[in-house]
Design a protein around this ligand. Structure first.
Ligand code: F6P
Length: 357
């Protein structure tokens, strides 16, 4: 079995590699680590994995195999977008691979589904801090990112309160608001803005002005803590693109909506407004205990599927059970926050401003 990690990294990748490798080795299966995601399959860069390579990596952030966010066998960025999938299949055969565990996000699952259909047996393991992969209620890496956001909000609250400021925290999450929603609730944000609910700037402004007006009464300091997801857009407006990558299957990189919101709010407030862009801090470092456990469950379940010859599936978490779903049903889809999600309702019930009616 080959193992690769594709797309952006996240905490918990090494915990999956460890669990799957140990489970496969115990079942008498040889394990090959493929370097830098699908790039390693395209270039034949692989190495054998033994117990000693994975023994001590449970809590290490990143991925010992390396990853790549542009490597796509159906669109090789280094060869003018050529389809090199036939070469990848030949390379896998030559390396003696009977199948590949692909640990990645939606892009990786799309590629895995297509390679599986072409005859390279694949198993998917869903990773991403964004928690936006279809048919799984949780991806590993998400809990670690939420913990970073919650801690940042907690730290920013004390400085916001000291100065009576408005503090805006921009989270990652691409087109889904899961990180901002859970991080915002865990960090006690006064306003939480999600891509799924295009916000009305006037409502956010009213929230800040209302809090400003309370300054001095009942020990209120007038500060406001706003948690905004990078994929947010004002109602009728567009998302804020930081830059686009040439030759990438997913070229858009979001970022900057927090600063945009600051520019909208500040002229109408007495308080100073500051923005913190958390960025890749949310993806780095050691996984939380929850993510270590989830990653271990996924790695174990994926290896079991391989041993049973049940390829063409992705492991998934549904109702806290580790199940498998067809890769073909995951491909081409993502999972956003439903506007009526219980956590959205809970935030509303607490009086958190969501920027909408
Ligand atoms: O998908 C994970 C993610 O961290 C998103 O939340 C973010 O928009 C994107 O990747 C950033 O990508 P890059 O690492 O290429 O800047």
């Amino acid at each position: 079995m080959g193992i690769l990690t594709g797309g952006g990294d996240c905490p918990g990748l090494n915990a999956v590699i460890r669990a799957a490798t140990l489970e496969l080795l115990n079942a008498g299966v040889q394990v090959t680590g493929i370097e830098r995601g699908f790039l390693g399959l395209m270039r034949g860069q692989m190495r054998r994995l033994h117990t000693q390579e994975v023994d001590d990596i449970l809590d290490q952030g990143g991925t010992i195999l390396g990853t790549h966010n542009r490597a796509d066998p159906f669109h090789d960025f280094a060869r003018n977008g050529a389809d090199v999938s036939a070469q990848v299949l030949a390379c896998a055969r030559q390396a003696g691979l009977d199948g590949v565990l692909a640990i990645g996000g939606d892009g990786t699952m799309d590629i895995a589904a297509r390679l599986d259909a072409l005859g390279l047996p694949m198993i998917g393991v869903p990773k991403t801090i964004d928690n936006d992969i279809a048919l799984t209620e949780r991806t590993f890496g998400f809990d670690s990112a939420v913990a970073v956001v919650a801690e940042a909000l907690g730290r920013l609250r004390t400085t916001a309160r000291s100065h009576g400021r408005v503090m805006i925290v921009e989270t990652m999450g691409r087109y889904a608001g899961w990180i901002a929603l859970e991080g915002g609730i865990a960090g006690g944000a006064d306003a939480i803005l999600l891509p799924e609910l295009p916000f009305e700037p006037q409502r956010v402004l009213q929230c800040c002005q209302h809090r400003e007006a309370l300054a001095g009464s009942l020990g209120h300091d007038g500060s406001t803590l706003i948690c905004i997801a990078e994929g947010c857009a004002p109602a009728g407006g567009s998302m804020t693109v930081a830059h686009t990558l040439a030759d990438s299957p997913d070229p858009v990189r979001l970022g900057g909506v927090g600063e945009r919101l600051r520019a909208l709010l500040e002229p109408h407030l007495q308080s100073e407004v500051r923005t913190t862009l958390l960025g890749h801090v949310q993806r780095g470092g050691t996984p939380t205990a929850y993510d270590r456990v989830l990653a271990t469950r996924f790695g174990h379940a994926a290896a079991r599927l391989a041993v049973q010859g049940r390829f063409g599936h992705m492991v998934a978490l549904q109702a806290d059970a580790c199940i498998s779903v067809p890769l073909s049903e995951v491909a081409g889809r993502t999972r956003q926050v439903p506007p009526g999600h219980p956590l959205v309702e809970a935030a509303r019930g607490l009086g958190v401003c969501l920027g909408v009616a």
